[in-house]
Design a protein around this ligand. Structure first.
Ligand code: ATP
Ligand code: MG
Length: 438
């Protein structure tokens, strides 16, 4: 066998041409590039595990046959350094994946400083805040990569579904001149000499657009200045939004269910390896519809404390236990418990709903008020000043059809699907009360 030097450098052009993803290695002489995940020294044999975004492979050097430089480099190279390896693929029953590379070239492209500030092994016990401080390094872990590969599939498949039903993807402003929903949980910002707010939803804009283009969707970033630090709230999050003309809440609940089913189905198809790494046994959810009063009756039977205007956290949890792998739509929601723009239905009820999945709210939606006078009435009922909503109200004066829609948290859904203990696990660079970096 050819004995090569460990510092044989390779040009990036050459590397781009020659390099193959670890996942697609089968046989022959290959060049790979990745991170040195682990190395082991058994005296006469030295192993390295190289990881790239697609997978892992073992590199095995025997003292007698490998070049001295390579044999030494395998022991000396700090973990998580970026290396290029070229060598022959061999079947090996003991190696993970049943194959290994016998190295003929080994070079370091970027050395990792030691010690690493966090543990990036598969069995890492580094706590979440520290991991988030070093998120860029935390992302070396395949488990962590898997979460975001799955989230990518969720976003892509959401778009696929929405485009398939004739939806138009749209962008909306994130800076707003006045509080759009009358909420108090808005971040203020300076805009030249004016005071503005960061958007807490694209509610009003998607409604305006649905009133012409009919079916509209977006994946939109929102900011909420909620002071509480919980495991299911962020101050900056993203939402899968949808709004549709000529529709009531039941039409959009059906689209929401089908969208999530399609998304989960696609994850099962595309991310089976990622799910395995995460130890998640995912199922395409079934769907159940229950009115708010039916839901509360059921919860009372199970001795869960209920509220007359909202579901409690306990209630959501119980629904998850009673109906596993099911999206539970709780509809005919008390008007009092929904925002001013939700359509009243009479008898104190509304066209608003929540979707509960695996014990947590993943979405709220409903039919909207498209009648200006009714909107004014609803604003007053919520102790809001209609004058602050003039342009919004006026947008429904010139031919606005009935319409409905929903917003579903991107991170919330990821958290729920992957059974993550904290929503911060489902966002690359979280923004919460205490965190602004990285
Ligand atoms: P929750 O009751 O769970 O606090 P909400 O009813 O205040 O949520 P909505 O305004 O209905 O939230 O937002 C639609 C969806 O966006 C929610 O169902 C949830 O999936 C997600 N979401 C809402 N607030 C947050 C947040 N602070 N961080 C992350 N996701 C959120
Ligand atoms: Mg809600």
């Amino acid at each position: 066998m050819k004995k090569a030097k460990s510092d044989d450098s390779i040009s990036l052009l050459q590397l781009t041409k020659e390099r193959i993803p670890i996942k697609s290695i089968s046989e022959g002489n290959v060049t790979i590039a990745g991170w040195l995940y682990d190395s082991r020294d058994l005296g006469k044999v030295r192993f390295g595990i190289i990881r790239d975004a697609s997978g892992e492979i073992q590199v095995t050097a025997h003292k007698d046959t490998a070049s001295k430089e390579i044999f030494e480099a395998l022991a000396k190279t700090p973990r998580e350094s970026v290396v290029v390896v070229q060598g022959l693929v061999k079947k090996s029953e003991k190696a993970p994946g049943g194959r290994e590379i016998v190295p003929e070239r080994f070079s370091i492209l970027a050395e990792a400083a030691q010690p690493l500030p966090i543990d990036v092994s598969d069995f890492s016990k580094t706590e979440l805040p520290k991991r988030l401080d070093y998120r860029f390094l935390d992302l070396h872990r395949r488990r962590i990569q898997s979460i975001f590969k799955i989230q990518s599939t969720l976003m892509q498949s959401y778009r696929d579904y929405m485009v398939r039903i004739g939806g138009t993807e749209a962008n909306f402003p994130s800076i707003i001149g006045s509080s759009s929903e009358g909420g108090t949980e808005l971040f203020k910002a300076k805009y030249f000499d004016k005071e503005v707010y960061l958007s807490q939803s694209c509610q009003l804009y998607k409604q305006m657009l649905a009133c012409s283009i009919e079916k509209v969707f977006t994946i939109f970033t929102v900011w909420r200045a909620e002071k509480h630090n919980t495991v299911r709230h962020l101050n900056e999050s993203r939402q899968f939004d949808f709004e549709m003309a000529f529709a009531d809440e039941f039409v959009v609940m059906d689209h929401l269910a089908k969208a999530v089913q399609h998304m989960v189905h696609t994850v099962l198809e595309k991310n089976s390896g990622d799910l395995k790494l995460l130890g998640i046994n995912l199922k395409v959810p079934s769907v159940k519809y229950m009115s708010f009063s039916e839901t509360n009756e059921l919860l009372k039977k199970h001795k869960i404390e209920t509220s007359s205007t909202d579901l409690t956290g306990e209630g959501e949890k119980k629904l998850g236990e009673l109906f596993p792998d099911t999206i539970v739509f709780v509809h005919d929601w008390p008007l009092e418990g929904k925002p001013f723009y939700i359509m009243p239905k009479g008898k104190g009820l509304s066209g608003g709903f929540d979707a509960i999945y695996k014990g947590m709210e993943i979405s709220s939606g409903g039919q909207r008020v498209h009648i200006p006078d009714l909107l004014i009435e609803r604003l007053k009922a919520k102790k809001l000043n209609p004058k602050d909503f003039t342009s919004y109200i006026d947008s429904f004066r010139y031919g606005a059809p009935p319409h409905a829609g929903f917003g579903m948290g991107v991170e919330r859904l990821t958290m729920v699907l992957l059974d993550l203990p904290n929503i911060r696990e489902a966002v690359l660079f979280p923004r919460d009360r205490d965190r602004l970096t990285p």
